[in-house]
Design a protein around this ligand. Sequence first.
Ligand code: GDP
Ligand code: MG
Length: 170
Amino acid sequence: MKAIEAKIVVLGSQGVGKTSIVAKYISNIYSKEIGPTIGASFFTCKINLNNVKVKMQLWDTAGQERFKAMAPMYYRNANAALLVFDVTNHTSFDEVKGWVLELQKNVQESMFLLLVGNKIDLEERRAVSHEEAVMYAQSIGAQFIETSVVRDQGIEQVFISIGLGLINLS
Ligand code: GDP
Ligand code: MG
């Protein structure tokens, strides 16, 4: 079986659910609750898709959410980025645009971009429409998925999409 390895950076404003998304996926695939390891800079996981083994290194951010606080080497050799916002917080959606500009400045090689609108369980508080997010995703060549960690909606699709995107780039 062909195998590829990839570094995936998880970017977005504080509180949008980045750590929750990664922890939910990791705990689902290991079928047990494992909290994010304190001090660990990344998690690894494997997913088999279309006869390709995709080994992912997931880099979560904690407390470096303002991009001035983040070293460019953090995302310089990344193969994919998860750009997470909270659908109830329009500012968090606007801040994704800042991350995309940072990536465009610092990443030379082509990168798979996945825009993630999290917390869709809070539909009554929605501040970013599906259409607005789809339009923005198209404008930056990204795919778009809506998720809820609370309801376990869309989480697995996020990682399948990344895997397929990485296979296409490889
Ligand atoms: P991070 O700062 O981006 O890593 O965000 P966290 O993963 O720490 O989550 C911030 C808060 O949002 C926590 O209280 C989570 O429980 C909550 N949260 C995360 N995902 C969801 C979701 O899908 N729905 C709701 N209602 N809350 C969520
Ligand atoms: Mg976090």
